[in-house]
Design a protein around this ligand. Structure first.
Ligand code: PLP
Length: 403
């Protein structure tokens, strides 16, 4: 039985906490985490939650309580993770084009660091030499992921040090006696084909023997979750089997057993999230029947930014006759959530819920149009807890300086 909140429950939450509202279901995160740990139970594998998907500290605390580690994309995420109770040795900071000052801060916090440029690697060597272990983010030159915007490992991508520059990395390791603890690759998001991960391993296997301090290989995140009916999830069992096979074919590369790391973001928190909105206006036109909800891409940008599909249901009228609608927002900009979508008959005042809203939903929200960011609620053990208040007018003025 897959963990899901019922439509009735979602309506009650919409009424109690107001809309627009993000709701997260803790037990779904646990279910997703268990899929990973059970598939890899016989392997030496760790999972680092890529928390840029959703950083509410209550989510971080919950993920921490499950026993997962955390992967951060900024020094502030690392600070939030510490705040939420992750010990430094369970926090990984995979950096992208950051200033060296953040790397210095990461070292002072005692967290694990992946460096993604020769420039920062050289600075790291000059300052720390062998004294602090460091990982290297490599760009494997593999094309993978749902679309170009979310593909990070291909040969035109800014991410990581291109594998074809491995000689330069090795020269720096030699010059500064660097202690390279892990090699990292992250090829993108929404990767369904597990062979992409195996291809990544194959690329790393060639390099592994050249790094004598190596303890971990980090294969990144990007597991796919189903958004539409008929969509499938990355087959984690198959992934575990293929990763284990790849290691069996290259026993102890470099003579040492290596621990394998993954960095799932979306996989852990996408399906736990529901975004509840209320219908302001229905507008009949020749082109479409528009349903305007009390939100926009200021709250859920994925449809406009990535052409992402989010399933939408009218939870106020689940037995209504199906009709075609374009679901749009209320901001002064084209903010279409769904074109020509079949939804049970919609009336003004109905609650519409967007599914799979946990990952990159609230996290990418903004105050565009001077609207408030939504509230967030966590449902855990059947109890609903407000975990972020909706903005109030004062929040719009908070950092402004009135001359
Ligand atoms: C974003 C990111 C992830 C997670 O990606 P998902 O598609 O959410 O699983 C993992 N690792 C790194 C380095 C990332 O930047």
């Amino acid at each position: 039985m897959s963990e899901q909140l019922s439509q009735d429950h979602l309506i009650r939450l919409g009424k109690e906490f107001g809309t627009p509202l993000y709701v997260y279901h803790a037990e779904k995160i646990k279910e997703q985490y268990a899929k990973l740990t059970s598939a890899f139970k016989n392997s030496n594998t760790l999972f680092f939650y890529a928390c840029k998907a959703l950083t509410n500290i209550n989510i971080l605390k919950y993920v921490c309580s499950l026993g997962a580690n955390v992967d951060c994309s900024s020094i502030n995420e690392a600070r939030l993770a510490l705040h939420a109770g992750f010990p430094p040795e369970r926090i990984l900071y995979t950096s992208n084009g950051i200033g060296f000052d953040e790397i210095e801060e990461a070292v002072s916090l005692g967290i694990i660091i992946n460096v993604d440029s020769l420039s920062n690697l050289e600075k790291f060597g000059q300052k720390y030499g062998h004294t602090y272990p460091v990982g290297i983010r490599l760009r494997p030159n593999i094309m993978a992921g749902g679309n170009l915007k979310i593909s990070t490992g291909h040969d035109k991508s800014k991410f990581g040090i291109p594998v074809d520059q491995a000689d330069k990395v090795l020269a720096l390791v030699e010059r500064y006696d660097l202690n390279i603890a892990d090699l990292h690759i992250h090829t993108g998001s929404e990767i369904k084909d597990v062979d992409v991960f195996v291809k990544g391993i194959e690329i790393l296997f060639d390099l592994i023997p050249k790094f004598s301090d190596l303890k971990f290989i980090d294969l990144g995140g990007g597991f796919k979750v189903p958004y539409k009916d008929g969509d499938s999830e990355t087959d984690i069992q198959l992934l575990a089997q293929k990763v284990n096979e790849a290691f069996a074919n290259h026993p102890n590369p470099g003579g040492r057993p290596l621990q394998v790391w993954f960095e799932p973001g979306k996989f852990l928190v996408s399906e736990c999230g529901y975004f509840i909105t209320k219908v302001n206006v229905i507008k009949e036109t020749d082109a479409a029947t528009f349903v305007s909800v009390d939100s926009g891409f200021n709250h859920l940008i994925r449809p406009m930014f990535y052409d992402a599909y989010h399933r939408i249901e009218n939870i106020s009228n689940p037995d209504g006759a199906p009709k075609r609608y374009s679901v749009v927002g209320n901001i002064c900009e084209t903010d279409t959530f769904a074109w020509d979508r079949t939804i049970n008959e919609v009336r003004e005042g109905d609650y519409l819920v967007f599914y799979n809203a946990g990952a990159y939903g609230f996290e990418m929200s903004s105050n565009f149009n001077s609207r408030y960011k939504p509230a967030e609620v966590l449902v855990k053990d059947g109890q609903a807890h407000l975990i972020r208040r909706r903005d109030v007018f004062q929040d719009l003025l908070r950092n402004q300086i009135d001359l």
